[in-house]
Design a binder for this molecule. Structure first.
Ligand SMILES: *[C@@H]1O[C@H](CO)[C@@H](O)[C@H](O)[C@H]1NC(C)=O
Ligand SMILES: *[C@@H]1O[C@H](CO)[C@@H](O)[C@H](O)[C@H]1NC(C)=O
Length: 180
């Protein structure tokens, strides 16, 4: 009858150890990395470089984004620095909808598509609330592609510049990401 002590000296032992060894290596490889990055989004509803457009609202596409229910499509430049002339590293493409009854909050769903620099070809998928009158708004990063596969994280958004009559804004995003 085989007993456990005999097993220890059995030629099968290395075979039994193999899966544990493999598991230990995989586990080590899966240790998450943390990446922090800061970028700026230029949201211009007017001017020669309009990159945000109202597509629907209570009174059609002419409704202000500051009214509950207004839906906006964006393809905003993403730059390295706060200056609109600083290097463009990607685009923020997606939509936001005014989702607060008093008009003071947006819900954002967009991709940051990196087109230049270290993360070129990768994307971050952003979804969250933007109560824009609050100084620092925290939102979630739900996923990503390329370098950012399996990413999760959060971002803190602050308004660096705001021109209300012309609906132009520069938004700073400071994101913290956990990924493999
Ligand atoms: C957006 O608006 C800002 C502020 O008016 C302006 O300086 C900038 O040139 C515009 N365009 C882009 C691409 O940021
Ligand atoms: C970004 O946010 C982190 C905390 O989440 C903070 O430590 C860091 O100083 C911020 N960086 C910038 C440039 O604001």
């Amino acid at each position: 009858m085989p007993n456990l002590l005999n097993l220890a000296s059995s030629p099968l032992l290395p075979l039994l150890a193999l899966p544990i060894f493999y598991w230990a290596i995989t586990l080590r490889k899966r240790k998450p990395k943390e990446t922090n990055l800061v970028f700026y989004v230029h949201d211009n509803f007017s001017g020669y470089d309009t990159s945000a457009m109202t597509v629907a609202g209570k009174n059609g596409p002419t409704t202000s984004v500051l009214e509950f229910g207004t839906l906006v499509a964006v393809d905003d430049p993403v730059t390295e620095g706060p200056d609109p002339r600083s290097k463009e590293i990607g685009r923020a493409q997606g939509l936001y909808i005014n989702s607060q009854l008093d008009g003071k909050g947006l819900h954002m769903v967009f991709s940051v598509i990196f087109t230049e620099g270290e993360y070129k070809g990768s994307t971050l998928e952003i979804q969250g609330a933007d109560p824009f009158s609050v100084k620092e708004r925290e939102y979630s990063i739900v996923s990503g592609t390329g370098y950012f596969r399996f990413v999760r994280g959060y971002g803190i958004m602050t308004t660096e510049f705001l021109d209300v009559p012309n609906l132009r804004a520069i938004l700073k995003h400071n994101v913290t990401l956990m990924h493999y």
